[in-house]
Structures are given as structure tokens and as C-alpha cells.
Design a protein. Structure first.
Lengths: 328, 366, 302
């Protein structure tokens, strides 16, 4: 398994290089930051200033050389120049990464736990009123645009705060700018309060899709010969359901969960924008708006590494959960 | 033998009376089993024979209480005198595995892929013997694996199902079935999914299991040859009913139902020379909206008017215990398959049909 | 799977079966028609499409013309109210729905067309061709759809077809994967052998035999892509990276109304409800099709 892991990591390096190169080409060609600099500043910058700016962001170099300089620079911790002169992209990236990780982890955890509960319940009560209700809401949530739901939730949060006279549910940012009583506990509850609504927002779509997945997977297993044999052996229902049905039904779910990380990262961009979090989402939006090539690349590289990492975790998890899969 | 009067004093271990199973479907009600009854004495073995869709597997699942919830089951299933139908799933689970055990058709899918086979045997042991330690259960599992003919069982006990062949897996399933000394083992087509060479070994393993536990056996199969060597009595099922039943010799040498005769006629035999196989033309009726009359009538060479209007009851048709559901059972005395079914014509017809359908199967990927 | 060959099959004469024989197409159609949620969804979806494309020609306000009324709640004159600058929301939502639908449908068509051919060719030739083509598809799959679409479409200037092309350029690989796996199993079937024995060309086998028989999964995937497409486009437009004013899309309308949820709620809820209605009906239609094509499998993804 260790050898397999190492091999997988080695294989993903060329994949990462090819994919970042393609993305680099796309990003470099998707906008002209120099022209943007020349036209959008007031007063209009001098020709020399424009040339200096172009040199500063390496826009004067051929693209292959730019890519090579960038990728080797990243290995040494240099993430390249931003169009914002004083911004250290690497430092900014990792500060924001921590913010986003909290959100993504909380959302995934909640979505997963609830999805398994509701999915299994739905499967065990197939064609009951509860099953139809869960299925209907699953479809509804899958059809719900995240941004619309987020705005709605934000309004609901403000309303609840007004009704309860508290400020528990944060609707702006990942924490309050300042706290009246600055204790560790207060800071903790403040962060939790700010986490609630964005987490619900981000968890919603994954919850819906994983619930449907769990249900389908569970139904398939419940219909299997080995569950029938487990019952024919005289095992009690609870044991058949947990040890035989659920245990096996969860195997594909583990993979799907891990592979959905790319979708969740996309959802995080929208969620963070609406709740004004200073996370990776805001960074991507800013970088795309300002045509900031290296900042965009930093975001994409980190998320590519995360996605590839989750893919690997998914495969390893599969091997752990399913004895039929062996990697040697 | 086959119980028709329920008042009879019962020493039977399994007594099924008037069992019927219906499945509501989108297209209507499917009457999969229509009034099946049989009675199994302690240690006895009964073969149930029929084409796929004749209701033999559904009967077995109904006895075990393993049918999907949508199924409507009526009649009576008595195990050691106690009624099983109507018991809760929890109460039934005490009987399953310990009183009545079951072997399923496909060993490739019968075992849970994520647990070692030893664990799956130990699990059923500990279910019915809660005071058995983990260690003792494992030892017993090894012993059982040895009994059913798995070589070096100490090593194989920790193997996962996917590491074993189909035949080996079916032995494991048999080991699970015999683990708790059941009084009845129901084997549902235990050899159908296996290679011909392995089939005999599995039947031997089943015999060993019977000998060890003293269990009565219900052997469900579509293969008359399997029944011949391994059971005392035979029940032939067609379209959800038992159409003929009796001791093996009677059924084989003096069948009293054209369907049985047809089945025998389509069985290759080495003990007679120069005999042509006589296939039964057509296919079994749909169990949805079954027309009145004998369900075999459309395929029956002896069909007369009465066959289309009245479904014949199962009645005495020979020596004691030999029952048949044919209006003309008496006429079949001494008849051979080649006399009733058209052997020569069948051959030519079959060839013609083959030539006719062959190109269209190539076109049809479904 | 739709079976185009079955239509030309001679009727059987031997009368062996008591059940009436139906062609695959008839069976699929019958199962789909019986799926109530899918049928209602199909009707609703078609009504929305009709309304969005024909409606603007019949309505007396244009989506880009001011009216003297501003911030009006829904009334007979303005069924969906007006916004702060006096635009008629009914006209705007009609236009927004039209734009969003155009983009979503183009995404589905584009990526299905490319993906199906790509997957079929890879699956048919196998070996080296397959390896190269599928590595390319895998590469596309590793790109995070939303982020890349956001970066590229910032250049688009808001033209609807460019947005559709960008998103389709990132989603075709899903289709390619699905089609390839069904072609891999189809190519072993006897009817392909037969076609080959009769001397059919590779192109003919791929387009006349393999693709038609893989139509089931292809159609189901296409419907899923319409839903993905509309949700992606509206999200992009919401963030300001999609459709740009003066044109409009449902996502843009929600974005413009997000500060007015309390004061002019109709501007926020109605376009949102349209997005949900479209995505929901599409998902139900997809579900019905999946059941119709593949009734046995309570399909698990992948």
C-alpha cells in the first residue's frame, strides 16, 4: 500500500505539470492585465510606468519561460508577482486556505453524517411517505442555486438575530472584526456563530446528492443475495442492516464523497463571496477580476493538489474498505 | 404424503399447506404460487422440480419468510407443529439458520465480499449459541469447512470469498447452512450456477451435511437427474402449482402427468439405446392473468376440451402417495414420452425454428 | 438501450410467447410515459421554454426599456413588478430565462456531441488511441469546472455562446467517459460482429451501431448536463463573470436583486424560482428517462 501511495504521488506529478501548463496558457490568454493597468488607472500612467508594470508581472516574457519560472519558483516558495504591488501571494494563499478549510471541512462532515442518516432511513422505508419526502427535498436541494439559497439564508440569519436579540449568527465574514470581551471562549463561539450559515449553504447540495447516493447504494445492497443469506442465517435485523448492508453500501459512498471535493471548492467560492469571508473564494474572484495571473495560478495549483490528494485518499479508502481491492 | 387434509396427526418436521404467494405489480397481480402443499418427515428428502418461473424458489422463500414485504402470502407453514406464517421477522429469525437453513443458487453473490468466510460461519454460530466464545466459534468454523470438503481449512478460514472458486464458496454456504444442526435444509438450485464437474461434489457435500445433522432436505432444481440420486420423493411444479408428486421411482418410471412425461423425455439417458429426445414445445404461461383451465394445456399433446375450462385438482393417480393433476392421468399408464410427444416432428420443427430465429438474434442486441 | 435494429426486425411467426412482443423503443416510451413526475416535469419544462422564447414577442414591454413605474410590486400591468430603475421584471425574467436556457441547452448539446463521439471512438479502437484520448479526458476532469469557467469567462464580455462554449469545454469529458464504458461492452456484442463480418466501415459501425445503442446513457447524461449548465451559468452570472448587462440572465437578475430581498422581494424570489423550476423539472425528466432506459438498475453513479 505504501509503495502504491508513493507510485501514485509520483504519477500525479507529470499530470500536475501538464494540467497546470494548460491552465497557465488559458489564464495568461484570458485577459490583458497590462492593458487593464494602462487604461483603468487615474491619472493614466506613463509609458515607462506601463513597461515597468509589464516587466514586474513578467508579461514581457514568452509564455513557456514564464511558466517555467513560475513552476520552479513555486518549488522555492516564490509564488510570483501580483498585480497588487505589495501582496505576497504565498502568504495570502495560506492564510486564506486555513479559513476555507474550516468551512469546507465543517460542510463535508455535516453533509456526510446527515446524508448517511437520511439515505439509510429512506432506503429502509422505501416508498413510504418519509422516503418520498426525503427524495423530494433531495431533488429540490439539487435544483436550488447555491447563491440564491445563501442570500435567503443570510436574510433568515438577520431575522433570527433580530428576533432573539442576539448576534450569534454571523452573516458577514468568518469572525467579528473586534470582540467586546476578548476571551478564548468568546472568540470560539464567535467563530462558530459565523460558521453556521455558510456551512449550511455549502453542505446543502452535497447533502442532497449524497443522500440520494446512499439511498440507491443501500437499496442495491438490501436486494443482494448476501443480505438474503445473512437473514437466512437467522441474524437479527439490526445486525443485518449494520454489519452486512450498511458496511458494504458505504464503500462506494466513500469514493464519491472524496471525488466531490472539486464541486465543493466551487461552491465555497460562491458561499464565501456572499458571506464575505476572506477565504480562497474571495481570492479567486479578486484575482479573476484584476486579471492577476499568478494569484489565479496559486489558487488553481493549490486546489489541483487538494483534488489530486482527495483522489488518492479515495482510492486508498476503497482498498481499506473493500478487501477485493488490492494495490501492490 | 402431500397433505390435503390438515386435521391429520402430524409427526412432520415441515408441513406446508395451501401456500399461495401473490405479487402486486404495475401490470396486475402475479400469482407466483397457487396452493402448494408438501410434508416433510424427519430426515426425509424431497425434490422439487420445475422450469424457472414455476414458483419453486418463491415457495422456499415463503417458507423462510424471506419474501419482499410487498408479497402476499397465504396458507400455512408449520415447522415442528408451530405455525410460521404471521410470525414477526424477529421471531422467525430464531427459526432461520437453526430450525430451517437455506442454500442459495449463486455462490458468487451469496457471501458478503467484505468479510472472511470464517467470520461469516462464526457469525451464524454465535447468533444461535450466544454463549459460544469467539475462539470456539472459529474452531467450529474450521471444523465445518473441513466437513464440507474444503482442503486445509485452518488456512481458508481467513480467506475472503473472492479468493475462492464458485464450488468452494458453495461449500462455505453449505457449511453455514449446517452450522447450527438444522432440522431442515432447503437447497435452492445449489448446483445450477456451477460447472458440471463441480456439481457432483457439491451434492456430495450436501449429502455429508445431511448425514451430519440428520436434517430433512428440500432440494429445488430444474434438473431431474439431480433429483434421481438424492431424494426420496419428488414434487413437479408447473405455473405455481404442484402438478405431480410421488416417490422417485414412481415418478421416473410411471409418470401420470404429461408435463412430467415431457420433462423425462427431454432428459438424455444413457441406459436406453436409440431414443430420440422429445422436447416440450412452447414455454410456460405468464403468471399474470392466468386463463382458466389446466395451465399446461396449451403445450399438452393430450389436450381436450375439458382442459381449457377446468384446472384438474391433485388426485390419487397410482400407488399410495402418487398424485397427479391431470384429467387423463389414468390414460398415461405405461405410456412413453415418444408416444405422447412427437419426437420426429419435433426435431425437424426445432431445426426450422433455429434457422428462423438465428439471423434475428444477431440483429437484436437486447 | 434504444435498439434501432429492432424496428426492422421481421415479426415473429412462431407465436411461441404468450406475452405480446414490444420493441425496445416502445418499452422505453411506455415506461417513461408512466413516470408521473417526469411527465408533469416535461410539460412544465416545455411550457417554460415556450414562454421564454415566444413570450417576448407578445409582451408589450421590452427587457431593455424603462417604464415610468419603478419599484412596483406585481400587478396586472407588471405581473412580476418592476425594479428601482423602472424595468419591467416580467420582460426581464422572460429574457433572462431565454438566455439561461439557451446557454444550458447549448452546453448540453455541445458537450454531448463532442463527448459521445470522443468516447465512442476511444472505446471502439481501444489500445493506444483509447489510452491517449482518455488521458486527455481525465486531464479535463481534473480541472475544477467552476473556477476555470470563472477565470476564462471573465474575458467573454458576456456573450452567451462564449459562456456556453467554455462550460461545455469542461463538461464533455464526463460524457466521453460514460459513452466509452458502454461502447466497450457494446463492441463485443454479436450485432457488431455481424456488421463487421458484412464489411461495414469503422465509421459506420460507430455511428450506425454503437452510438444508437448507447443512446440511453447519452440522453440521460444530456439532461443532467442541462441542469448542471443552468446552475453553473447562473452562478457565474451572479458573481459577475457570466452574462453582462444590458443582456440579462436569471443569475444576473438574482444578483441585482440580492440587496432588495426585503424591499422588493418579488425581484429576488421570482428569478430564483425559475432557476429551481428549470433544474428541478430537468432532474425529474432525467430520472424518468433513466428508469425508462434502465428499469432494473437503481443506478448508482459511476
Amino acid at each position: 500500500m505504501l509503495a502504491y501511495t508513493v507510485r501514485r504521488i509520483l504519477v500525479s506529478i507529470p499530470v500536475l505539470i501538464v494540467s497546470t501548463f494548460i491552465v497557465f496558457l488559458v489564464v495568461v490568454n484570458s485577459g490583458d492585465p497590462v492593458a487593464n493597468f494602462a487604461t483603468s488607472r487615474q491619472p493614466a500612467p506613463s509609458k515607462a510606468a506601463v513597461t515597468a508594470f509589464a516587466r514586474h508581472i513578467h508579461a514581457d516574457q514568452p509564455v513557456v519561460e514564464r511558466y517555467w519560472n513560475w513552476i520552479t519558483g513555486v518549488l522555492h516558495g516564490d509564488w510570483g508577482p501580483s498585480v497588487q504591488t505589495n501582496l505576497d501571494i504565498g502568504h495570502d494563499l495560506f492564510t486564506r486556505f486555513r479559513v476555507t478549510v474550516t468551512l469546507v471541512a465543517a460542510a463535508m462532515l455535516i453533509a456526510l453524517v446527515l446524508a448517511v442518516l437520511f439515505g439509510v432511513f429512506s432506503a429502509l422505508r422505501q416508498y413510504s411517505a418519509a422516503d418520498y419526502t426525503i427524495t423530494f427535498f433531495g431533488f429540490l436541494f439539487l435544483a436550488m442555486p447555491v447563491f440564491w439559497f445563501a442570500v435567503l439564508l443570510k436574510q433568515a440569519g438577520i431575522w433570527i438575530n433580530e428576533q432573539t436579540g442576539s448576534q450569534f449568527l454571523g452573516t458577514i465574514g468568518e469572525k467579528s472584526p473586534y470582540l467586546d470581551v476578548d476571551t478564548g471562549w468568546n472568540e470560539f463561539t464567535d467563530r462558530i456563530g459565523h460558521l453556521v450559515l455558510p456551512t449550511i449553504t455549502l453542505a446543502l447540495v452535497s447533502f442532497a446528492s449524497w443522500t440520494r447516493y446512499t439511498r440507491a447504494s443501500m437499496l442495491e445492497v438490501l436486494d443482494s443475495d448476501y443480505v438474503r443469506l445473512a437473514r437466512a442465517k437467522g441474524l437479527r435485523r439490526a445486525r443485518v442492516m449494520t454489519r452486512h448492508a450498511l458496511r458494504t453500501a458505504l464503500i462506494p459512498l466513500a469514493t464519491v464523497t472524496a471525488l466531490d471535493i472539486a464541486i465543493i471548492l466551487g461552491g465555497a467560492v460562491i458561499t464565501e463571496t456572499i458571506f464575505q469571508w476572506h477565504g480562497m473564494g474571495e481570492m479567486l474572484v479578486q484575482a479573476a477580476t484584476t486579471l492577476d495571473v499568478y494569484r489565479t495560478m496559486a489558487w488553481l495549483l493549490l486546489s489541483a493538489v487538494v483534488v489530486i490528494g482527495f483522489n488518492l485518499v479515495a482510492d486508498l479508502l476503497y482498498a481499506v474498505l473493500d478487501p477485493r481491492i488490492r494495490y501492490d | 404424503m402431500t397433505v390435503i387434509d390438515p386435521g391429520e396427526e402430524s409427526g412432520a418436521v415441515l408441513d406446508v399447506t395451501g401456500l399461495s404467494v401473490e405479487f402486486p405489480t404495475e401490470d396486475g397481480i402475479v400469482r407466483a404460487v397457487r396452493g402448494v402443499g408438501y410434508r416433510l418427515e424427519r430426515g426425509e428428502s424431497l425434490g422439487i422440480v420445475g422450469e424457472s418461473g414455476s414458483g419453486k424458489s418463491v415457495t422456499a422463500l415463503a417458507v423462510m419468510g424471506l419474501l419482499p414485504r410487498s408479497a402476499r402470502v397465504r396458507g400455512s407453514v408449520r415447522f415442528e407443529g408451530a405455525e410460521l406464517l404471521g410470525l414477526s421477522d424477529n421471531q422467525l429469525s430464531d427459526v432461520r439458520g437453526r430450525g430451517i437453513a437455506m442454500v442459495f443458487q449463486d455462490p458468487m453473490t451469496s457471501l458478503n465480499p467484505v468479510y472472511p468466510v470464517g467470520y461469516q460461519i462464526a457469525e451464524t454460530l454465535q447468533r444461535h449459541h450466544p454463549d459460544l466464545t469467539k475462539r470456539a466459534a472459529r474452531e467450529r468454523a474450521v471444523e465445518l469447512l473441513g466437513t464440507v470438503g474444503i482442503p486445509s481449512p485452518e488456512r481458508r478460514v481467513d480467506a475472503y470469498p473472492h479468493e475462492m472458486s464458485g464450488g468452494m464458496r458453495q461449500r462455505v454456504v453449505i457449511a453455514i447452512a449446517m452450522a447450527n444442526d438444522p432440522d431442515v435444509i432447503i437447497a435452492d438450485e445449489p448446483t445450477t450456477a456451477l460447472d458440471v464437474t463441480v456439481q457432483a461434489q457439491i451434492l456430495d457435500a450436501l449429502e455429508t451435511a445431511r448425514a451430519e445433522t440428520g436434517a430433512a432436505l428440500v432440494l429445488i432444481t430444474h434438473d431431474l437427474g439431480v433429483v434421481a440420486g438424492h431424494t426420496d420423493r419428488v414434487a413437479v411444479m408447473y405455473a405455481g402449482r404442484i402438478v405431480e408428486t410421488g416417490p422417485v421411482e414412481d415418478i421416473f418410471y410411471a409418470p401420470r402427468m404429461p408435463y412430467t412425461l415431457g420433462l423425462l423425455g427431454s432428459l438424455p439417458r444413457l441406459d436406453r439405446e436409440e431414443e430420440r429426445l422429445t422436447p416440450i414445445t412452447g414455454s410456460p404461461p405468464s403468471l399474470l392473468n392466468l386463463p382458466p383451465g389446466c395451465p399446461f394445456a396449451p403445450r399438452c399433446p393430450l389436450r381436450r376440451e375439458v382442459c381449457d375450462s377446468t384446472e384438474p385438482p391433485l388426485h390419487q393417480a397410482g400407488p399410495v402417495g402418487h398424485l397427479s393433476a391431470c384429467h387423463f392421468a389414468a390414460e398415461l399408464v405405461g405410456a412413453g414420452a415418444d408416444q405422447v410427444f412427437d419426437a420426429v416432428g419435433a426435431d425437424a420443427e426445432a431445426l426450422a425454428r433455429f434457422a428462423d430465429t438465428a439471423p434475428s438474434t444477431e440483429e437484436d442486441p437486447a | 438501450m434504444t435498439d434501432t435494429e429492432a424496428g426492422t426486425q421481421r415479426p415473429r411467426v412462431d407465436g411461441e410467447f404468450t406475452v405480446r412482443q414490444r420493441t425496445q423503443t416502445q418499452l422505453v416510451l411506455r415506461r417513461f410515459l408512466r413516470h408521473r413526475a417526469a411527465m408533469i416535469s416535461l410539460a412544465v419544462f416545455l411550457l417554460i421554454v415556450l414562454w421564454a422564447f415566444v413570450g417576448p414577442h407578445l409582451w408589450h414591454y421590452s427587457y431593455r426599456k424603462y417604464t415610468p413605474d419603478n419599484s412596483q410590486p406585481p400587478s396586472w400591468k407588471h405581473p412580476f413588478g418592476t425594479d428601482a430603475s423602472g424595468y419591467d421584471a416580467y420582460a426581464q425574467i422572460m429574457r433572462g430565462t431565454q438566455t439561461s436556457l439557451k446557454i444550458a441547452i447549448l452546453i448540453a448539446l455541445g458537450s454531448t456531441l463532442v463527448g459521445a463521439v470522443w468516447g465512442a471512438v476511444a472505446g471502439f479502437y481501444r489500445g493506444f488511441v483509447d489510452a491517449v484520448m482518455m488521458r486527455v479526458a481525465d486531464l479535463v476532469l481534473t480541472l475544477p469546472l467552476f473556477a476555470i469557467a470563472l477565470v476564462i469567462s471573465s474575458r467573454s464580455g458576456g456573450s452567451w455562446y462564449w459562456i456556453a462554449v467554455v462550460i461545455a469545454g469542461l463538461t464533455w469529458a464526463y460524457v466521453a467517459r460514460v459513452v466509452r464504458s458502454s461502447v466497450l461492452s457494446l463492441r463485443e456484442k454479436e450485432f457488431v460482429e455481424a456488421a463487421r463480418a458484412l464489411g461495414a466501415s469503422d465509421a459506420r459501425i460507430i455511428f450506425r451501431h454503437l452510438l444508437p445503442n448507447a443512446l440511453g446513457p447519452i440522453i440521460v447524461n444530456a439532461t443532467v448536463l442541462v441542469a448542471t449548465g443552468i446552475l453553473t451559468e447562473t452562478a457565474l452570472s451572479f458573481l459577475g463573470f457570466g452574462v453582462q448587462p444590458p443582456d440579462t440572465s436569471l443569475g444576473l437578475l438574482v444578483a441585482q436583486a440580492q440587496t432588495a430581498v426585503d424591499t422588493r422581494p418579488w425581484l429576488f424570489y421570482i428569478p430564483g424560482a425559475f432557476i429551481i423550476a428549470i433544474a428541478l423539472t430537468i432532474n425529474f425528466i432525467g430520472d424518468g428517462l433513466r428508469d425508462a432506459f434502465d428499469p432494473r438498475q437503481q443506478r448508482v453513479r459511476q
